[in-house]
Design a protein around this ligand. Structure first.
Ligand code: ATP
Ligand code: MG
Length: 254
């Protein structure tokens, strides 16, 4: 049973004004097959947590740990993390000029599996995943994310998720900017990955709408760099009705 464990994680970033602490003691345990939703105000550190798990060099871990089945994730390079089964769908996917979607996916798959995928079944898998995500076949020959609309970029993230088959996926606002149909299509992609590979999911979102399609087992409220409260799916509905005032007032009085 694979488990991703985050313990008392403190992370800061270097800015022009000096070192800025962002994460202030995050504790989170995600078992394979579980879906955890993280909701919280803008600037509370949700993306910082996502980037820290993936190994973005901009973020300095001051203390605490991240382990995957007891292995020290923080000691791993970005590549090693991906090979160990970690995946990040970014809030703002980056363009990769000069690299086509086809080449990118095949290179990533080869790097993660340690061997090139068998060509015939690979092409079949790519085609069928693109079809499931209602991505036009022409995307395969376009450069990664170049000129993609917001929603197309998000679909491309889920295409990677389906093909690379990670153990744990962090989805950072994958629902932002999606139209109603695309939200359903993307959610179905995540649910397929959950069914097929028993994926563990950390889903960062501002909206309860996606949580109707991708049912979370746990909902965490993220405020001021740490988890302020956790509960079941009902907590998401409460947040939608009440907002974050309750937590922000608490923080101010600490
Ligand atoms: N490279 C950086 N330089 C300066 N400040 C940074 C940097 N990266 C993050 N921050 C700051 O850290 C805080 C947390 O940012 P983060 O992107 O993690 O928030 P978030 O919870 O994902 O917000 P949102 O809901 O708007 O996506 C913000 O105040 C942000 O300005
Ligand atoms: Mg963010």
């Amino acid at each position: 049973m694979a488990v991703l464990e985050i313990r008392d994680l403190h992370v800061s970033v270097e800015t022009d004004q000096g070192t800025k602490p962002i994460l202030r003691g995050v504790d989170l345990t995600i078992n394979k097959g579980e879906t955890h939703a993280i909701m919280g105000p803008n600037g509370s550190g949700k993306s910082t947590l996502a980037y820290t798990i993936a190994g973005h060099p901009k973020y300095t871990v001051d203390s605490g740990s991240i382990t995957l089945d007891g292995e020290d994730v923080l000691a791993m390079t970005v590549d090693e993390r991906a090979r160990a089964g970690l995946f990040l769908a970014m809030q703002y996917p980056v363009e990769i000029p000069g690299v086509t979607v086809t080449n990118f996916l095949r290179t990533a798959k080869t790097a993660i599996d340690g061997e090139a995928p068998a060509i015939r079944s690979w092409i079949k898998d790519v085609k069928s995943s693109m079809k499931d995500l209602r991505m036009d076949a022409a995307f395969a020959e376009r450069n990664v994310n170049e000129g993609f609309s917001g929603g197309e970029k998000k679909r491309h993230e889920i295409l990677q998720l389906e093909l690379l088959k990670p153990t744990f996926a962090v989805l950072d606002e994958t629902d932002s900017g999606l139209d109603v149909d695309a939200l359903k299509i993307v959610s179905e992609g995540v649910n397929r990955a959950k069914e097929n590979t028993h994926l563990g999911v950390l889903l960062i979102t501002h909206y309860t709408r996606i949580l109707r399609y991708i049912r979370p087992d746990f909902v965490h409220v993220f405020v001021n760099g740490r988890i302020a409260e956790q509960g079941g799916p009902e907590l998401a509905d409460r947040l939608e009705n009440e907002g974050y005032d309750r937590f922000l007032t608490d923080e101010a009085t600490v």
